[in-house]
Design a protein around this ligand. Structure first.
Ligand SMILES: NC(=O)c1ccc[n+]([C@@H]2O[C@H](COP(=O)([O-])OP(=O)(O)OC[C@H]3O[C@@H](n4cnc5c(N)ncnc54)[C@H](OP(=O)(O)O)[C@@H]3O)[C@@H](O)[C@H]2O)c1
Length: 303
């Protein structure tokens, strides 16, 4: 039986990996995250706390569990927070990855690491895996440094870059779709930029891609994104439409109106052809993805 170690199991993507892998009897999965407890308080899941910034903890857990594959979905992911907390962001997104690499090398584990469209400057959009990164904010810089540490490590690895991930999770940091839904349901006006373009990704698609990388033992970089290119403003309209919420509360603004701490790349759309052909990824479009999210929220409310 293959042993898989998930890092960041309490996060949006980590939770989805945990759920999807829990039904696979060919894997023994150990979930880990920064917090003392796991969001799923259930015997179906093995969980232990692991802070990636603690080198000796990473080393001892990896050497005792002896994973074949490590999936790293942990990270400092709040872009503006990273801009203002540079040392902490570096510790998680770069040193944490280096700790995993060192530990993985000792047990000959493969590392599948999750990275971001924010490694690109967003000047052109439609980025392929071989395009040159040029991050314009600190979060993007830490994520690229993490990627580079992996690239030069000579361990068996894959890097899955994804973009504007949306979906449901328990106690997760509010992603764009959840933020839109919550505000519109409460009749709160929201301001959405029409000059940032992405191909938003349903969380189940990213988890699918990562699991396929493990199954097929693929290496290198993979772009995993949704099938539609869209601005945040239009994305909000589409979410409102699926949830039958009032669109007049969505105000159209420009990025500079937000005055955020970190610069934002304007168009970071990712080309996903490689993941589609090599992994069999069939990314959903926005209506499909948001409909899936709606169903998940309805199911959660019923339980
Ligand atoms: N969400 C997006 O739109 C997006 C877009 C592009 C790329 N990505 C990348 O995708 C990955 C997953 O993103 P996500 O949205 O699932 O993130 P998320 O919901 O913010 O989850 C990240 C998880 O990382 C864990 N973590 C933070 N510091 C840690 C540490 N020192 N040691 C161990 N775990 C730690 C946290 O665990 P606790 O909850 O236990 O504290 C948190 O649950 C990240 O690498 C991110 O850069 C995300």
């Amino acid at each position: 039986m293959k042993r898989i170690l998930i890092c960041g199991s309490n996060g949006l993507l980590g939770q989805r990996l945990a759920i999807m892998l829990s039904s696979r009897t060919e894997y023994e999965v150990l979930n880990t995250s920064h917090h003392r407890s796991f969001v799923f308080d259930h015997q179906l899941f093995d969980y232990t706390q692991l802070d990636l910034t603690r080198k000796s903890d990473v080393k001892s857990l990896v050497s005792s569990f002896q994973p074949d594959v490590i999936m790293n979905a942990a990270g400092a992911t709040n872009v503006d927070w990273c801009e203002n907390h540079r040392e902490e962001a570096w510790n998680v997104n770069v040193l944490g990855v280096e700790h995993l690499l060192e530990a993985a090398r000792k047990v000959k584990a493969k590392l599948i690491h999750v990275s971001t469209d924010y490694v690109f400057d967003g000047k052109t959009g439609d980025y392929a895996e071989h395009d040159k990164p040029n991050p314009i904010n600190y979060y993007g810089k830490t994520k690229l440094a993490g990627e580079n540490a992996i690239r030069i490590s000579e361990i068996n690895h894959a890097i899955a870059r994804t973009i504007v991930v949306y979906g449901h999770g328990i106690n997760v940091r509010k992603n764009f779709a959840l933020w839109v839904i919550e505000n519109l349901k409460n009749n709160q006006a929201i301001r959405c930029v029409d000059d940032q373009i992405s191909n938003p990704t349903y969380v189940g698609d990213v988890a699918f891609g990562i699991i396929k990388i493990a199954e097929l033992d693929r290496s290198g970089v993979y772009h995993i994104g949704g099938s539609e290119r869209i601005s945040r403003y239009d994305f909000a309209l589409r979410i409102a439409k699926v949830f039958r919420l009032e669109t007049s509360m969505i105000q159209r603004i420009k990025t500079w109106d937000l005055n955020q701490a970190a610069l934002r790349p304007m168009n970071t759309t990712l080309i996903t052809l490689k993941a589609e052909t090599e992994l069999g990824l069939k990314p959903v479009d926005i209506t499909q993805g948001v409909t899936l999210l709606k169903r998940e929220l309805q199911t959660t409310r019923k339980n």
